[in-house]
Each structure stands twice: as C-alpha cells, then as structure tokens.
Ligand binder design. Structure first.
Ligand SMILES: Nc1nc2c(ncn2[C@@H]2O[C@H](COP(=O)(O)OP(=O)(O)OP(=O)(O)O)[C@@H](O)[C@H]2O)c(=O)[nH]1
Ligand SMILES: [Mg+2]
Length: 706
C-alpha cells in the first residue's frame, strides 16, 4: 500500500443499529475496491472487521475495527462500529476518529433505537453524513418506508441520490439520479458486476420525481445556484456534486443511498460518493489541544508541519500480539520507528512497525500524514483516550466522552487466591475500555463490575479468562442494608475484669433514640456516618479522660452493626451516667463498656432493617408505557410521576435496589430497546416485616460477606 497525503484521505465511520449490515458493507467496500482480496461474510465468520474469536462465535460486532478501500487514488479509512448498545462506546469512539459517517439502515427495519443513538453522536461532532439503506434484497424490504422514517425521525434534510429497481427478492438494480443511468446487476457475479442501461420505462415517473427533488435540494443550498436553476439553466454534474458536498459539510443535506452489501450491490456507487462527497481531514474544522501541565491552548489543523497530536481511540488485545493501539493523527505526521511522548503518563513510546489496519491484517507503512489513522502494537504505557505527541510540545487532545456504565454485577473468582490477579486484570480491561468500571466494595466484600449491558460484562469476563487466565463468574451484588432504632431506649454497659494484677473497670449508661440529619443540623451536632454520639455527663460520674473512649466504643459498635451485622444509621447515642474505679479504670475498659451499653439498648428496642431505595427515571415511548409501569409495580416500585414529553413519557419511580438487578436488560427487552433508564440512590427505608425476615433467614448460617 502506498503512502497517502492528507487530501487523499477519507475517514469514514460506519454506524447504525445492530444487524443493519455495517460489517457486511465494510467488507464489500474493501473487496470491491480490490484492497481486500477476499469477499468475507459475517455468517461464515470471515468478515474483514469481525475477526476476534468472540465476534466469530457470536456473529455480531463487539469491537470497533478498521478496514481500507483504495479507490479513485484515495484511501478511504473505514471504521466499522458495533451496533449493540452494550458496545456503544466503540461507536462513539469511531465517530470521534472520523471526518464523516455512513449511517447504515436495514431496508426491513428502518430507523431503530441504535440508529437514533449514533445519529446523536454524529450531531454532537457535526459530522457530514450519508445514509445507506442495505439489505434491499431481503423479503419485505421497503425503500420508501425507510426514507420516510428517516425524514420523520432523524432529519427532514435527507435526499435520495439513488432509487432501487425492484425490492426484496425482486431487487436487482439501482438508478443513479446524478448519472441518469440504471445499473442492473448480473446475478451470481462476484463483485457486483452490472450492465449500465437507460432508466427503464416503468421507472421514468419515479425517476423524474426524485430527480426533481434532488436538484431542488441541491440548488437550495446555494443562492447563485438557485437563481440559475430557477432561471431554467441546467446544473452540471460536477457543480451539483460540489454543491452537495458543501451542503453536507454544513449539515444541510444528507444523501441517501441503497443496496445490498452482502451481494456487493450498490457498493461501487457508494465508494465513488465517499471519495467525492466526504471531506478530507483538512476540510474539517480544527481541533483544540492543551499543553499538558499548563493552561496554554492550541488550535490544531491536520497539517504535516504542525506539532504531532494523535488520539488513541481504541485498544484491542490480540492473541500472540498483545495490545494493539488504534490512533488518529489530528496534527503533524509520524514515521515508522519514531519516538513519541505520552505527556500525562510521562511515557516515551516507540512506533515500531507502524501500520494501516485492514481487519486483522496490519500492513506496514513508512509514514502516515496528518489526518490519517494508524495502528501500532506493543506500546507499553498508552491506553484508550491518551494523546501521543512529542516531548517538546506535550500536547493533550480533549478526551472522548465515553458513556457511563448503566448496570452493575458482582464478580467472583472461581479459584481462591486469584483475587489479586482479578483486580489487576480488571484494571487493565478498564484502561482498554473506558466504558467498563470496577471497584472492590469492602462493606459487601464483593468486587463490583459496571458496564453498558449484560452482554458487555459477559464479554469482559470472557476476556479476563483468555487474557489474564482468571476464571471468574458473575453474581448478584449484595445489598448494603442498614439497621436503625424505632423508639427510645436505655442501656448500661459494665466492663469488669480481675486478672491478677491491675483490674479493668468501666461502667457507662446511655440513652439511644432515632435521629435525623435535619435534627443534627439544627442541634449543631456532628452526624458522621449518620450517627450522633454525645455526652451529657456532668458532675464527674465518669472522669473526662474516659468519656471520649466511652463515646468511641459506642460509635464503633453502632457503625459496625449490632443486631444484624449492618451499620446502624439515624440514631443518637447520649452518654448520661456511669461510674469508675480510681485504680482499675482505663480507656480500653470504657471503650468496652460503651460497646456493651449499645448492645443492651439495642436488644431492648427491637431494631429494624432498612433497605436502599433508588430513584429510577425511565424514558419510554408511549406504546410501551403499560409494560413499563406494570413491571415497576411488580418490583415493589412506587410510581411518583409520569411526565408527558410528546412521543415519550418520563416515568419517575422509587424502587428498592434489591429489585433492580438486571433491570436495564429487561427494560430493553420489554420495549424493543426503545426505553432507557437512569437510577440514583434516594434514601434508606424500613423494609416490610416479612421481607426483613426473609433477608435475615437468608443470612443465618452464613454471616454477610460469606
Ligand atoms: N439479505 C441480506 N443480508 C445481509 C446483507 N448484509 C448483511 N446481511 C446479513 O445481516 C446480518 C447482519 O449483518 P452485519 O453486517 O453483521 O450487520 P452489522 O450492522 O455489522 O451488525 P452489528 O455488528 O451487530 O452491529 C448478517 O447475518 C448478514 O449476513 C444484505 O445485503 N442482504
Ligand atoms: Mg458489525
């Protein structure tokens, strides 16, 4: 492969809902262009960009992956992205690395929730976009319906530049509105060979209607063009293409293409337009960078002579190779073997075997120019979202705002003693994939992992085994219950021990009562961990130096749990009286006495269990409202509010955390992926008696923390 200069490069993200045909399209584009020698297929596990073991097994994309189509003396860098929401972080990364996007839609399913999501990502970056309606050969394919859905749900500025000849099983050609020719595909040919013919008679009316719309839309983007058009002047093809490119750059036009990628139908025309309509890197707005450790900001253009700034937008780990780093150069250029600098990590890295990515294949290249996308293996200290620069400049680019995790599960090692390996592995996986988070929760004695969906975490656990040899399984996270008091109570703790020499003596009397943060604030009393401990000792029944230890003993006992082993909250302990011994009393003895006093007071009052309640806000299209509210009720949820937002409702509910395990996944299931939710901790609330007994029964035998 030759070296391409900035104006000869197109960086195109291929985005869309799951199973809309993105990977098949990328494979076909690279194959038809001749850059990839083999026409692969997702079904056979041979598609260019679905090459990891996980992807071959599951037959859908999990990782962003690169391919190249060399076409019309241009290098089109294709960034295939996964459609499933579990892996949407990679779709976002693809959008950040690209200068334009092809939004792929299935001709049978049309606009889906994943399409809306990636559309928003592209909006956020103001990327020029074109649509490709694929799977035109599938039964029930309907071009017109998809076109209308796009118009209604994504943008009214969509404009077809091609129309299909036949649909579903009848689909066999495409009419190009620019060239005014029809391409009729020859059945059974390998690379979508076709006969070019005049527009068939039966398509004349449709052709005229769409052509008219196309030329009017193009003319509308430019006043002088419009004037000439209205004056009856013909607008030439090149002029029309240039105007369309300008319209796309301003977000005023979104051309619509169609085809069947798996059959390679429609892919040549699309390649032509990717080159002609999509911007080269230098035609995009400049980016902002910062000099690490200073407030100095720079505006960077994709210029070879500018300072090097390249963003790592993805790390993949590959068997026998290790970590492979995918980066986009926003400014400057790099040469094979060059040393670069990762400023925040203070790490020097060598770009050995600088490559271009073509699926799992990596093609070595002597240099990459500004705006290009490259691949390099074996960087030691560089992770996703880092910037590579030079030591003199030390630049950092704005980070890709990866989405926050939405689900949490616990993870346990299958073999004891592997806990350290687990934690190292999880940390590495987070550096690779910023949408994956992990933490050890010492209260629950569980390692919690968070991600964008169950599939996401399942893949992570698989990687953990393959890459780090840690075999782990997921489990339901334990619930951090709390205890509290219902009424006032009193307790005395007397610690007395005579062991030969000096004895141990402490004696404390306390009052305990329910108490709230608001009360503590009004009384100006410390309320750390939602517990207040005060002294009301006057007249010296306990000497000063023993009051503090007595209080500490009380606090420690309350906060580590008394009856059920969960921390007690919303209580106030007042040390009111006690006694001491001139010789045998000590601080330790009073700490012990405080503990005994709390135990006695608690025993008398019958403590209760509190459970965490989450505030859940569900955004749900009206059609699924019934399902969603019925389901929330079945989870002991209380619906607080239902707000009308046009086509969707915003349902606010208060639901016990215990009932929310797996909620995100089942919400997607009950709404065909269209509903989404957020949740946050609201407060602790007393559990219903029956359920409290259940929790306690579950625990007896094995104390919490197992
Ligand atoms: N009939 C028909 N099937 C197709 C076509 N393109 C893709 N498919 C099939 O549709 C399914 C999904 O195709 P993919 O290319 O994997 O779709 P994708 O958008 O990459 O899916 P994700 O990676 O999950 O987001 C596969 O089974 C393909 O074989 C097409 O043009 N015609
Ligand atoms: Mg795919």
């Amino acid at each position: 492969m030759r070296v391409y200069k900035t104006p000869e490069i197109r960086n195109v993200a291929v985005v869309g809902h799951g199973a809309s045909g993105k990977t098949s399209l990328v494979d076909a584009l690279a194959f038809v262009a001749g850059t990839s020698k083999r026409h692969g297929s997702v079904k056979d596990g041979t598609a260019l960009t679905d090459y990891t073991a996980d992807e071959i097994e599951r037959k859908y994309s999990i990782n962003l992956a690169l391919a190249v189509a060399e076409w019309m003396d241009t290098k089109v860098n294709l960034i295939d992205t996964p459609g499933y929401l579990d892996f949407t972080g990679d779709a976002l990364a693809g959008v950040y690395a690209a200068d334009s996007a092809v939004v792929v839609l299935s001709a049978t399913a049309g606009v889906e929730v994943g399409t809306e999501k990636v559309w928003d990502y592209c909006e956020g970056r103001a990327l020029p976009r074109l649509f490709f309606v694929s799977l035109m050969d599938k039964e029930h394919a309907n071009f017109e319906r998809v076109f209308n859905q796009i118009k209604a749900q994504l943008t009214p500025k969509v404009i077809p530049v091609e129309i299909p000849v036949g649909e579903g099983f009848e689909f066999h050609g495409i009419i190009n509105l620019f060239s005014k020719k029809a391409h009729l595909y020859k059945k059974g040919t390998k690379a979508g060979e076709y006969d070019e013919v005049d527009v068939p008679d039966e398509y004349k009316d449709r052709f005229d209607k769409y052509s008219q719309e196309l030329i009017e839309s193009i003319a509308a983007t430019d006043d002088t063009l419009l004037e000439r058009y209205l004056g009856g002047e013909e607008i030439g093809r090149d002029e029309a293409i240039a105007a369309m490119k300008g319209g796309m750059a301003k977000g005023e036009l979104f051309p619509l293409f169609c085809g069947a990628a798996e059959l390679t139908y429609g892919t040549r025309a699309l390649l032509n337009k990717l080159v002609e309509l999509c911007p080269a890197p230098h035609e995009r707005p400049p980016v902002d960078a910062q000099r690490w450790g200073t407030a100095e900001r720079l505006t960077l253009k994709p210029d070879d002579t500018g300072p090097l700034a390249a963003q790592v937008f993805k790390t993949v780990s590959e068997p026998h190779v290790g970590d492979v780093t995918l980066f986009r150069i926003f400014s400057g250029r790099v040469k094979n073997g060059q040393d670069v600098w990762n400023a925040p990590r203070e790490a020097s890295e060598k770009l050995n075997h600088l490559c271009v990515g073509l699926g799992k294949e990596r093609i070595e290249i002597p240099e990459l120019h500004a705006g290009d996308i490259g691949v390099v293996a074996k960087l030691r200290d560089t992770h996703t979202n880092d910037t590579l620069s030079t030591k003199e400049m030390g630049l950092v680019l704005p980070k890709i705002p990866f989405p926050e995790p939405v689900i949490t599960v616990a993870v346990e090692v299958k073999q004891r003693g592997e806990e350290d390996k687990l934690s190292t592995g999880l940390h590495k996986l987070h550096e690779e994939d910023p949408t994956f988070h992990h933490e050890y929760n010492s209260e629950l004695a569980q390692t919690l992992i968070r991600g964008l969906g169950e599939r996401h975490l399942e893949i992570v656990v698989g990687r953990l085994a393959r890459k780090f040899g840690v075999h782990a399984q997921t489990a339901k996270p334990k619930v951090a219950y709390r205890e509290t008091f219902r009424g006032k109570s009193e307790g005395q703790g007397k610690h007395k021990k005579q062991t030969g020499g000096r004895g141990q003596f402490g004696d404390v009397i306390i009052h305990m009562e329910p108490y709230t943060a608001a009360q503590a604030e009004a009384d100006e009393i410390d309320f750390d961990d939602n517990v207040a401990v005060v002294s009301d000792i006057t007249g010296g029944s306990i000497p000063k130096e023993f009051i503090k230890p007595a209080m500490d003993g009380c606090r420690l006992t309350v906060t580590t749990g008394v009856k059920f082993g969960y921390p007690m909250i919303n209580v106030k302990v007042t040390v009111v009286d006690g006694s001491y011994h001139a010789v045998d009393s000590s601080q330790v003895a009073f700490e012990q006495a405080g503990r005994l006093a709390v135990l006695e007071a608690t025993e008398k009052c019958g403590p209760v269990l509190l459970e965490p309640i989450m505030k859940v806000v569900v955004t749900v299209p009206n059609d699924y409202l019934g399902n969603v509210t019925a389901d929330l009720n079945s989870r002991r949820g209380m619906i607080i509010d239902t707000d009308d937002r046009g086509v969707v409702k915003l349902v606010t509910a208060e639901v016990p955390l215990d009932k929310l395990f797996g909620y995100t996944t089942s919400l997607r299931g009950m709404s065909q992926g269209r509903a989404s939710s957020t949740m946050e901790f609201l407060e602790y609330r007393q559990m219903p008696r029956g359920l409290m007994d259940e929790v306690l029964a579950e625990q007896s035998g094995g104390k919490k923390g197992g």
